[in-house]
Design a protein around this ligand. Structure first.
Ligand code: PGU
Length: 462
């Protein structure tokens, strides 16, 4: 195949005699290199150029590129798809499933899409900063429409490629305007945070967050590390439903975190990927961000609609930068646009229209909140059922109540790498190797099976 592809490249229409010379050599199985030599030795410059192309195809210029490992989260879904076992369960990716373990498109999303079809909206490019109606409602949803940061036009909001793209844009802003500044991230955190800051060339380090002994928050460790970070660091915080631990600070603890950040002149950088999914209430889940905004602090907030509106593949989210004045916000926004332009030029319109239709329409907004409560409620009920099943099956006296204390889509089981691998290899339960399971991918019917798998992995694998 390689040879024939090369012949068509290398012999458009030289002389007849040249074609004749070529044929027997190739039939005898001449290698690409021999053919090239033949060209080089006997034909003029014009053909020599073509031959060089053939040599390049033979020894790849990409030879030094090694195989990348599968992604620790999205790679789990690939492995799941390849498994044919009937009991297989995908608890890897944080994506909501119905009780039948099917993906779910929200009714309000379908209604919003119908509205869009009725209006016959066009597919012209959006401005670099995204859809104006989306940017307005997304900032209002986050801070509250009556919040002074909104009324005083102090928020620079730019539509991003979902949560990930919005975080990446903010990282680019940090890299450009705060050279050398460090981002401190929780240990552990969502795995892609490190990739995002690495690729944006923003230095990062970790602050303590999870205490394996209590399977709870290491609050003292967190505060000590935030205090110890160089003044003016960016502190990455999960607005609610911390991923992967499912452990959030209490309202009192949030106040102390805000005190320390203010004292140290750090800049809070919120990642809000689960607004509405932690408590079922959009306002309650935004209370951490609002606490900081109400103190007049300058903050960054990345938002995502992947989970709460189920718009995973639409890639819709935003980056909001709260500034001390409207004038600063305007300048920051202009620079965010400047960063976005060479990266992806302008964002996709479909998801932005869905969000602006749902959030901007009182009737659809009300329906959305109901659907979100249903989703959050289903997750809470499987959380309870898993806990009950574990208590019933595990006779060792181990306390599993931490599962009930965690919130959001995930449960951090405390299973180590080998135990997590046993879950997959023996029980066909797909999950990340840090012991995280997505309860959004669990049904009531599978709780007992999952509990069997956890008890076996916990007690029989060290
Ligand atoms: N931030 C956090 C804390 C997240 O958990 C996620 C998604 C995102 C941002 C980004 O989501 P976007 O879809 O880009 O808006 N985390 C999920 C989804 C899979 C993944 O790793 O992207 C998860 O399973 O952890």
């Amino acid at each position: 195949m390689a040879s024939s592809a090369m012949i068509s490249l290398a012999s458009p229409s030289p002389s007849l005699s040249l074609k004749d010379k070529l044929k027997p050599k190739l039939k005898l199985g001449a290698s690409v290199n021999q053919t090239s030599l033949f060209f080089k030795d006997s034909v003029k410059t014009k053909l020599f150029t073509r031959t060089t192309m053939a040599v390049a195809a033979d020894v790849s210029r990409f030879e030094n590129i090694t195989m990348a490992p599968p992604d620790p989260i999205l790679g789990v879904s690939e492995a799941f798809r390849a498994d044919t076992h009937e009991m297989k369960l995908n608890l890897g990716v944080g994506a909501y499933r119905t009780e039948d373990l099917q993906p779910y498109v929200l009714n309000v999303v379908k209604k919003a899409e119908n509205l869009m079809l009725e209006r016959g909206e066009n597919k012209e490019y959006l401005p670099i900063e995204g859809l104006a109606a989306f940017n307005k409602v997304t900032a209002e949803l986050l801070f509250g429409a009556e919040n002074s940061v909104i009324l005083q036009h102090r928020v620079a909001t730019v539509q991003g490629l979902s949560g990930t793209g919005s975080l990446r844009l903010a990282a680019a802003l940090i890299e450009r305007y705060f050279p050398g500044a460090k981002v401190i991230i929780s240990s552990p955190t969502w795995g892609n945070h490190k990739n995002i800051f690495n690729d944006a060339r923003v230095p990062w380090s970790e602050y303590r967050y999870y205490d394996p002994n209590t399977v709870g928050l290491d609050f003292d460790g967190m505060i000590a590390d935030v205090k110890a970070a160089p003044e003016g660091s960016f502190v990455l915080l999960h607005g609610c439903a911390h991923n992967p631990t499912g452990i959030d600070p209490t309202p009192e603890q949030w106040k102390i975190i805000a005190d320390v950040i203010q004292e140290k002149k750090h800049i809070p950088f919120f990642d809000v990927a689960y607004q509405g999914f932690a408590s079922g209430s959009l306002d309650e889940d935004a209370s951490s961000v609002r606490l900081f905004a109400d103190r007049g602090m300058e903050i960054l907030v990345a938002q995502s609609y992947s989970k709460n509106l189920g718009l995973y593949a639409e890639r819709i989210g935003a980056i909001n930068v709260v500034c001390s004045t409207a004038d600063t916000a305007a300048r920051v926004k202009s620079q965010l646009k400047r960063l976005a332009r060479p990266m992806y030029s302008n964002p996709p319109v479909h998801g932005a229209r869905i969000v602006s239709n749902v959030v901007g329409n009182p009737e659809l907004f009300r329906e959305w909140k109901e659907e979100m409560e249903l989703m959050a409620g289903r997750i809470k009920s499987v959380r309870q059922k898993l806990y009950d099943s574990l208590c019933a099956k595990d006779k060792s006296g181990k306390d599993w109540s931490f599962i009930l204390q965690q919130i959001g889509m995930f449960s951090f089981t405390g299973l180590n790498k080998a135990q997590s691998e046993n879950m997959t290899n023996k029980w066909h339960v797909y999950m990340t190797k840090d012991g995280r399971i997505s309860l959004a991918g669990l049904s009531s019917a599978k709780c007992e099976y999952l509990a069997d798998a956890i008890v076996d992995s916990y007690h029989n694998v060290s």
